[in-house]
Ligand binder design. Structure first.
Ligand code: GDD
Ligand code: MN
Length: 240
């Protein structure tokens, strides 16, 4: 199975070389698209310079920081043209162990979307993750799951593997979330359309270098946007 992994980056120069090395050592047929928002720390140029070492690596540059949601949407549109069977999403900071892709790819044989899940048995988050981040993640998940009625444990996870056909079957032009609530909106869309979603336990490591881009604005967008998402997709029914 050819797998295309989309990795949005903003100031991830400390993490990216190690991550790419780990990804391209996996026993998987892998391509990677890095989508960088003109990171001041030079992540974009660094990624570009690594394309000679890794033929499977491609880099998309955007002129300024435009948010995680639009980065993924642009990335998806791009890699869907590569003809890969599966499309992955992950953070650039080692919170998502590249090794887990193997189990996720296996699980995808049985379903349409696999979530790398911190909140199913066997999954966990790093003890060193700040207390407020742990609480926010727990609460954010509870909030979104409850309001949207999602029968999933980790609806905000950023570690995912989609069948390309699943993404092709979704009305991506309707997705409006820009911050991390993008993850919730995408999971909800897939659920409303009747796609089979499975969760594979992951251990979420605290980021290795650099800083999280979580902000108050992103949290506020998430709190409000969940209600808009619920209303916006009332018309959707499962694909038969
Ligand atoms: N291109 C681009 N533009 N990349 C971005 C932007 C942006 O505006 N904002 C963040 N990123 C990149 C980061 O560089 C990283 O690779 C990834 O997107 C996730 O951002 P982090 O800053 O590492 O997120 P986090 O670790 O705090 O949050 C994680 O948990 C959230 C809640 O569970 C992520 O996995 C989120 O996706 C997840 O929703
Ligand atoms: Mn992260």
């Amino acid at each position: 199975m050819h797998l295309a992994v989309v990795i949005p980056t903003y100031n991830e120069a400390e993490n990216l070389p190690g991550l790419l090395s780990a990804l391209f050592s996996l026993p998987l047929h892998l391509s990677v698209l890095v989508i960088d928002d003109n990171s001041p720390d030079g992540t974009g140029e660094l990624a570009e310079s690594l394309t000679s070492r890794y033929p499977g690596l491609h880099v998309l540059h955007r002129s300024q920081k435009q948010g995680l949601g639009t980065a993924y949407l642009e990335g998806f549109r791009h890699v869907l043209e590569w003809g890969a069977e599966a499309i992955g999403q992950m953070d650039a900071d080692f919170s998502h162990d590249p090794q887990a892709l193997i189990a996720m790819a296996k699980e995808l044989e049985q379903c349409d979307l696999v979530l790398g899940s911190r909140y199913v048995p066997g999954g966990a988050v790093d003890e060193r993750w700040a207390f407020w981040r742990k609480s926010l993640s727990r609460f954010g998940n509870f909030y979104a799951r409850t309001i949207l009625g999602l029968p999933l444990r980790d609806v905000t996870t950023g570690y995912r593997l989609w069948r390309s056909q699943t993404l092709q079957g979704m009305p991506l032009e309707r997705v409006r979330s820009n911050g991390y609530v993008f993850q919730v909106e995408m999971a909800y869309l897939a659920y409303r359309l009747g796609y089979r979603i499975r969760e594979v336990p992951i251990y979420f490591l605290d980021r290795q270098g650099g800083q999280s881009k979580m902000s108050f604005r992103i949290q506020l967008e998430a709190a409000l946007r969940v209600w808009q998402v619920k209303r916006a997709y009332r018309d959707l029914r499962p694909h038969s």
